[in-house]
Write a new protein. Sequence first.
Length: 46
Amino acid sequence: MSEMRLYDPAGNRLYLNGEERAAFLAVARRQPARDRTLCETLHYTG
């Protein structure tokens, strides 16, 4: 298994921070059920 990295080889972050995750969920909650479910699944399972 490869090691956990926060940045890709070009120096870009690979993950959202807590504030970005909260904003993502806030927007997702205003979407139709199908889209909201996908977004929440991605958020809670990574």
